[in-house]
Ligand binder design. Structure first.
Ligand code: SF4
Length: 366
């Protein structure tokens, strides 16, 4: 296939849907790891079309959703300092901290700028040498190489007024955390194609072997998701497990060597607190000692913040695949994208936002 439209071609989609229906003999719980995949599944109605045989369980793959309250509180604290510019991806501005969010801080005068790349943040630092510029580094393995390159460039250019609050996380430890939960009923995984484009397949081969489940590397278009689902249930129905790469237009066995190299040279792996989930061992990235002067947490005296999260928001259970957004009593009533209680309603990749956007029925019923 050459053009995007081919991945949405109705004839092909119809035939894949029939093949999946004809293959299914039992009920299966399949977790799509990435929030982008959740949005596509809901948008095209695939979550309903195979019911009750396939229950799609939504995974933890939304970096905005899992950024901890305490890190947001730290960025809010820095935004209140004089001569400081905070730079961030737009999605983070409305995510609630303990008492406020970055958008509110901006409205009361903080210099907070939305950037589309960490390189934009570095340019702002170079153009404002009398100010401190802090980049709120959020993302999975997809954005980490660019953030690493930016920090490395700042190091080589000897730029002194640039630093980052590092909230980067990596996907495989979170997937393992979810799978090892006693309450988990996940039978198979649709793994995130964009992340595997960087990392390759190794981590997912280990996960498949350890938990004895099929893992299909999948993209985001209807064709991708249906191919992923079909290959997953074919293995499940035969009681087999393996890793299948159905995103070959982007993912190779060993991933992107250069991206992995720059990540490994700038970052080390640390434990990280995932919002709503808790500490997941070896799931976060932090700057290595060589780059410590670019770590805003070291550079500035930032007080410790309590880790209070929104009461009664069940986004943690949703991110662990144990609940669906419509099971939350606030969904679509008090909690909406205009007035979000939790990060899964704020983020464009969040599961609550996906249900609110694509599931009119759930909105009306709740
Ligand atoms: S609907 Fe709102 S309160 Fe409920 S889980 Fe989602 S973000 Fe949290």
């Amino acid at each position: 296939m050459k053009y995007l439209s081919e991945y949405r071609e109705p004839k092909i989609i119809k035939s894949l849907i029939s093949e999946i229906k004809n293959t299914l003999t039992k009920e299966w719980n399949i977790m799509e790891v990435c929030g982008g995949q959740t949005h596509s599944l809901l948008k095209y109605g695939f979550d309903e079309i195979f019911q009750p045989k396939i229950n799609y369980v939504h995974g933890p793959g939304c970096p905005v959703c899992v950024t901890s309250v305490e890190l947001i509180d730290k960025v809010i604290y820095l935004s209140q300092k004089q001569n400081t510019i905070i730079t961030s991806f737009g999605d983070m501005l409305r995510v609630p901290g303990s008492d406020s969010d970055l958008l509110h801080q901006k409205s009361i005068g903080a210099d907070i700028r939305v950037v589309y790349s960490p390189m934009n943040a570095l340019e702002i630092a170079e153009n404002n040498i009398n100010k401190e510029v802090v980049f709120f580094a959020v993302g999975f393995e997809t954005t980490a190489p660019l953030i690493a390159s930016t920090v490395d460039l700042a190091y080589n250019k000897n730029i002194k007024n640039f630093s980052i609050i590092c909230a980067n996380v990596i996907v495989p430890p979170a997937v393992e955390f979810v799978l090892s939960d006693k309450e988990s009923k996940i039978d198979g995984l649709l793994a995130p194609g964009h992340v595997c484009t960087i990392t390759g397949l190794k981590d997912y081969v280990n996960i498949s072997d350890e938990y004895k489940i099929p893992v299909v590397i999948t993209g985001f278009e209807p064709y991708d998701l249906l191919q992923g689902t079909l290959n997953c249930i074919k293995l499940l129905e035969k009681k087999k497990f393996a890793v299948v790469n159905k995103y070959t237009r982007s993912v190779t066995q060993n991933g992107n060597k250069k991206a992995i190299e720059i990540m490994n040279s700038v970052f080390k792996i640390v434990d990280r607190n995932w919002r709503g989930i808790g500490i997941i061992p070896n799931s976060g990235l932090e700057l290595k000692e060589n780059y410590t002067s670019f770590n805003a947490e070291n550079k500035f005296k930032i007080p410790e913040f309590s880790k209070s999260e929104e009461k009664e928001c069940i986004s943690g259970l949703i991110l662990r695949g144990l609940k669906k957004p419509y099971e939350c009593k606030y969904f679509g009533k008090e909690c909406t994208p205009e007035n979000p209680f939790g990060a899964t309603m704020v983020s464009s990749e969040g599961a609550c936002a996906a249900y609110f956007k694509h599931k009119v029925n759930y909105n009306n019923q709740n």
